[in-house]
Write a protein that binds this ligand. Structure first.
Ligand SMILES: [Fe+2]
Length: 189
């Protein structure tokens, strides 16, 4: 049996988080490139650097328990990132895609927060004070990133997405508006 004790589960969670962070490090450059809003692109870039440090922390923490980072791929994060990847492929206006990228990134942050929250609790319960501290630091960073994304969405990106107009097709409302203008022009000469 591989998972006999809470300590086994703790190590299992740390390896899972490490796999998640490594996948995020691979995915973030694509999101930096895709983001049209400068503030959002800069936010993703900053989080990429932060994520590299978070992965290193896990590496050191696992090493302090005599464990390597090797473990199964975090399938949850794989799925969440795949959805984000699909957003990159969507036929969308720049403004709406940016809003979609934020939604995808916030799913990533919340998934991580759930994992780090559990791991930190295990660390506390197992008396791994240093581990608990390191995990709390990362947890705080993920939460701050999530809040920053909400701020960018609410203050700029969602507002722009709301005003975004599809380049070719007119909405039914716009078509009616154009038809009315035509009639009015005919009547008034
Ligand atoms: Fe992270």
């Amino acid at each position: 049996m591989e998972l006999e004790t809470l300590k086994d589960l703790y190590i299992h969670e740390l390896k899972d988080l490490y796999s998640a962070e490594k996948q995020i490090i691979k995915a973030l450059p694509k999101m930096v490139k895709a983001a049209k809003n400068a503030q959002l692109a800069a936010g993703f870039k900053m989080h990429l650097e932060q994520t590299k440090v978070q992965a290193e922390r896990l590496e050191k923490l696992l090493a302090s328990h005599g464990e390597s980072t090797r473990g199964p791929k975090c399938q949850g994060m794989e799925g969440v990132l795949k959805e984000g990847d699909e957003m990159l492929e969507e036929d969308a206006t720049d403004e709406v895609r940016d809003a979609g990228l934020i939604a995808a990134a916030q799913r990533v942050e919340h998934y991580e927060m759930a994992g780090y929250g559990c791991a930190r609790t295990y660390a506390v319960e197992l008396g791994d004070k240093a581990g608990a501290q390191v995990l709390a630091t990362t947890l705080r960073e993920e939460s701050e990133t999530d809040k920053k994304l909400t701020k960018i969405a609410k203050s700029v990106v969602n507002l722009k997405a709301k005003k975004a107009v599809a380049p070719k097709e007119d909405s039914p409302v716009e078509e009616v508006g154009k038809a009315i203008k035509k009639v009015v022009k005919k009547i008034t000469g």
